[in-house]
Design a protein around this ligand. Structure first.
Ligand SMILES: *Cc1c(COP(=O)(O)O)cnc(C)c1O
Length: 419
């Protein structure tokens, strides 16, 4: 999707100076845009008691961005020990952290319990006996199996490795209560990049219904329902944004109905990653080569280790060329990196204004699952991250990797097991 007009007005006039000062390539994130989206999310669900967003840390695990989330009152959804360390390091603790792990290890549980703990979201019934200390508040991730069709990206629930099955879910709460749990949450995550808001409404309806039926069987109220992440953003120019206002209205009505029938309302939690930051980041890279063989290739100074989505999912990321308008005279090119993989392409057979060496290309919607998915294959080093701050200044918030970083794991004391 073409970058939001606000972001481009804030960024583009200064981009040559930013690129000259910091060097390319880099991801740059827009604080104003992130805060606007955060406000819209809060407003859409303002009528539900204790609505709370737990930002999915894996989407953009940079402390400077996480601090913006914290400042907006959001918590964090973590699924690894390192993510726990990251959010605790900026001062998050207790109920501000939700730990949603899969195939959880003993070390994971110890880390989740440490430093005042967090909200534990258990992924399987067998884990109830493996939690070292059953916390007072416990949540289970629910997998509805064939009761729901998954969306295109995440696939069918019955083939997914996540969550507690429908047949096990009541027993899971019964056992957790027997081990000492007193308050309960219910979680699911069924979609990824879903633009149709009604899918999320159906997920909320499903959880509310399930909470009622578990509540009936075990006589337990639910402290919260967590509908997960998976809210989509429009990557392609013709995609329509998710209607967050309609989603908020319809889910609010469902919660009001529950309140009437049950005499109480659980809180609504959400774990959006992509929706919060995806559109508010771009990858800026410079054209360094133009190659004309069977196709025309625009070689840029970033490669797929900075943004895997096109190679991994065939994902579309809109590209603009700074200072060059779309219009007549477009040419059809592949935009490529330098990695020894033919799928190291940011765009395939894309219509772009004529690019010459030195042009700046703005690859859009990289604010979630962008650099975070980066890797070092082929000895490729990950680029830096910048933040366009509210006051208009630009700050380095992660430096680029150096060969020293790449070699750091090769420096250690000799360790040999003689057999
Ligand atoms: C990945 C993930 C999210 C965030 O997904 P988005 O598509 O970025 O919103 C939320 N919750 C869980 C459990 C996840 O694995």
């Amino acid at each position: 999707m073409p970058i939001s007009p606000g972001f481009s007005h804030r960024l583009y006039p200064h981009l040559p100076a930013i690129a000259a000062h910091f060097g390319t390539p880099f991801h740059i994130y827009d604080e104003v845009g992130i805060r606007e989206t955060g406000r819209q999310l809060q407003q859409a669900f303002a009528a539900i008691p204790s609505f709370h967003e737990y930002y999915a840390v894996k989407a953009l695990p940079n402390p400077s961005v996480l601090k913006i989330m914290q400042d907006m009152g959001f918590g964090f959804d973590c699924s690894s020990i390192t993510e726990l360390l990251l959010v605790r390091d900026i001062g998050a603790d207790g109920d501000a952290i939700m730990f949603t792990s899969n195939n959880t290890s003993a070390e994971d549980f110890l880390a989740a319990e440490a430093n005042g703990g967090c909200i534990l979201n258990l992924d399987d019934i067998s884990l109830i006996d493996k939690v070292p200390h059953m916390p007072e508040l416990i949540c289970f991730r629910y997998n509805p199996g064939p009761r729901r069709s998954g969306n295109d990206i995440i696939g069918k629930p019955e083939e997914a490795k996540y969550g507690v099955s429908h047949e096990q879910i009541v027993e899971a709460y019964r056992r957790a209560r027997a081990r000492g749990a007193k308050r309960f949450g219910l979680h699911t995550m069924l979609a990824s990049n879903e633009l149709n808001y009604t899918y999320m409404v159906r997920t909320a309806a499903m959880l509310l219904e399930l909470a009622e039926s578990i509540g009936r069987e075990l006589d337990i109220p639910f402290t919260f329902l967590n509908i997960g992440g998976g809210l989509g953003i429009p990557y392609t120019p013709d995609a329509r944004p998710l209607d967050i206002v309609a989603m908020g209205k319809e889910i609010t009505a469902l919660f009001a109905g529950f309140q009437q029938r049950q005499g109480y309302s659980p809180a609504l939690y959400m774990e959006s990653g992509r929706y919060m930051t995806g559109p508010h980041g771009v990858l800026v890279t410079r054209a360094i080569n133009r190659k004309e063989i069977y196709r025309t290739y625009i070689g840029v100074d970033a490669c797929m280790n900075s943004l895997m989505r096109p190679a991994l999912y065939g994902a579309y990321h809109h590209i603009e060329v700074l200072g060059k308008q779309e219009g007549p005279g477009l040419e059809t090119v592949d935009v490529v990196g330098s990695l020894c993989e033919n799928n190291d392409k940011f765009a395939i057979q894309r219509h772009l204004p004529r690019v010459t060496d030195g042009d700046l290309l703005i690859i859009q919607d990289t604010g979630a699952h962008g650099l975070a998915m980066g890797f070092n294959y082929n000895g490729k080093l990950r680029p830096k991250e910048l933040l366009l701050r509210r006051d208009g200044s630009v700050a380095l918030i992660r430096r680029e990797e150096t060969p020293e970083d790449y070699f750091a794991t090769l420096r250690f004391e000799d360790k040999v097991l003689r057999l």
